[in-house]
Design a protein around this ligand. Structure first.
Ligand code: BES
Ligand code: ZN
Length: 456
């Protein structure tokens, strides 16, 4: 192993320049204007898989963006098979003016590399590929059988991946799934994540009069759709953070006392958390800690709201239409389908007279909790301890990776969520960054992980 670790040290600069190439492709999966870039990025990943020595590297078409696959199956029939999953697509970059450097011109400043996708998830995909490369270059083979599946639609809810898993369940068969798409608990606090929230994402369109009106001539009798929308939104949640949609909490599994006791040991410094965000208070459901509110409890947030006059200056208009995007983070056993139904029913109940509402379900995904007593978690714990010098903490995260639940349901394989980015990585926001010392430690940890899997 020592030889592999010093090879990784020696290749640091090369890794960084290759990563820059990957990060410079604007693979924004939600944007129609980036379809060709997403495809170019898939081709880059396929070529990279070939370069590092993986076999069968190829692109699979789906009804949406392609999936890239490769494998190396020479460890023998008795050895473990690890499926490494990640995503090469990224989130949109707006608001662009808040970036200190262009999002697809990767820039190193201090300890970090800045670019869209640096943390979520290209940097993390790439570090695992470099770990495989190190084994392949030095030993000509891998300690276990490895399959790699990198998709291009994670950031839009992986709408075609479930079908892909179902259609290819035989050749995707594996013992463990490895995912690096979650943050570490802190700079010096290695962690393994065992829970992700699900997501139900909805767009609301509220229509009042058939055209924009003079707010002086019509205001007072015609219902303003923006006012109506604001009223409706205010009825979805109370000031403590309790969600008021009928039946919303019904399917949530009872809490496990031992798990809550474990979560209560995670350090959470409320003062520095508030300071970092420049907010003077945190609020959330009574009876739950911040760590619990951020991971094992559901949420409802308005992600965007628009309508009426939004230009500079003033225009006295009573608009015809108002819009909002609203997302709910879900926990087991809530499902996006059921929650969307409850949401729709509740909105119908609270829609005031004078407006009509159209509800569109955007993407979503189910929540997932993964086992903490699996071979993958044991191997990952040992690898993290060797590199970071500490036993990893077990955490649940608030974000979502839709496919994780399907790995269990369709492939019957447990997932280990071994992430290396930091909580302040600015994922989905301007100036997304990846901490380079963690990136290099990540490569080493992943290389050790594959070696440790061979002992399981
Ligand atoms: N890397 C994130 C998932 C994540 C974020 C896990 C934070 C743990 C903490 C992933 O790329 C992501 O952003 N997923 C989306 C999924 C959604 C579009 C269905 C998310 O959580 O918003
Ligand atoms: Zn993301």
């Amino acid at each position: 192993m020592q030889e592999i670790l010093s090879y990784i040290d020696k290749n640091k600069d090369r890794y960084e320049s290759e990563l820059k190439e990957f990060l410079s492709i604007p693979s924004i999966s939600t944007a129609p204007e980036n379809v060709a870039d997403v495809r170019r990025c898939a081709a880059w990943v396929r070529d990279e898989l070939k370069r590092i020595g993986m076999k069968q590297a190829q692109i699979f078409e789906t009804a949406g963006h392609p999936v890239v696959y490769a494998e190396h199956m020479e460890a023998g029939g008795n050895a473990q098979t690890v499926l490494f999953y990640g995503h090469y697509d990224v989130q949109p970059v707006d608001p662009l003016h808040l970036w200190d450097a262009p999002p697809f011109e990767p820039t190193v400043r201090g300890e970090n590399i800045y670019a869209r996708g640096s943390a979520d998830d290209k940097g993390q995909v790439f570090l695992n590929l470099k770990a495989l490369e190190a084994h392949l270059k030095l030993n000509g083979t891998l300690p276990v059988n490895v399959k790699v599946m990198i998709e291009g639609e994670e950031e839009i809810g992986s709408p075609n991946l479930e079908t892909f898993l179902e259609e290819h369940r035989e050749f995707l068969k594996c013992d463990t799934v490895l995912v690096s798409d979650t943050p570490m608990y802190g700079y010096d606090t290695p962690s393994l994540c065992y829970g992700l929230r699900g997501l139900c994402y909805i767009e609301l369109e509220v229509t009042g009069p058939n055209r924009d009106l003079h707010s002086g001539s019509y205001g007072g009798v015609v219902v303003n759709p923006i006012n109506a929308l604001a009223h409706m939104i205010s009825k979805l949640k109370d000031e403590q953070g309790n969600i008021l949609i009928d039946g919303f909490y019904d399917k949530i599994l009872p809490e496990d006392k031992r798990e809550r006791a474990e979560l209560s040991k995670l350090p959470f410094d409320e003062t520095s958390y508030k300071k970092d965000l420049n907010v003077n208070a945190l609020v959330g459901e009574a009876g739950y800690s911040n760590v619990e509110r951020l991971s094992m409890r559901p949420t409802l947030d308005v992600n965007g709201i628009w309508g009426g006059f939004m230009g500079d200056g003033a225009k006295t208009v009573l608009p015809s239409v108002a819009h909002a995007k609203i997302s709910m983070r879900l926990v087991p056993d809530q499902t996006p389908q059921e929650i969307a139904k409850l949401f729709t029913k509740f909105i119908e109940k609270i829609t005031p007279p004078g407006v009509r509402v159209k509800i569109t379900e955007l993407h979503g995904g189910p929540p997932a909790v993964t086992p903490i007593d699996s071979a993958g978690v044991r191997a990952a714990s040992r690898a993290l301890k060797q590199v970071f010098g500490k036993e990893p903490l077990l955490t649940r995260e608030g974000g979502s990776i839709p496919i994780v639940e399907q790995f269990k349901r369709i492939l019957h394989a447990p997932t280990v969520l071994m992430g290396f980015t930091l909580p302040d990585q600015n994922a989905h926001s301007p100036n997304e960054k990846l901490n380079l010392p963690h990136f290099h430690k990540g490569i080493k940890t992943s290389a050790i992980f594959f070696a440790e899997m061979a002992k399981e």
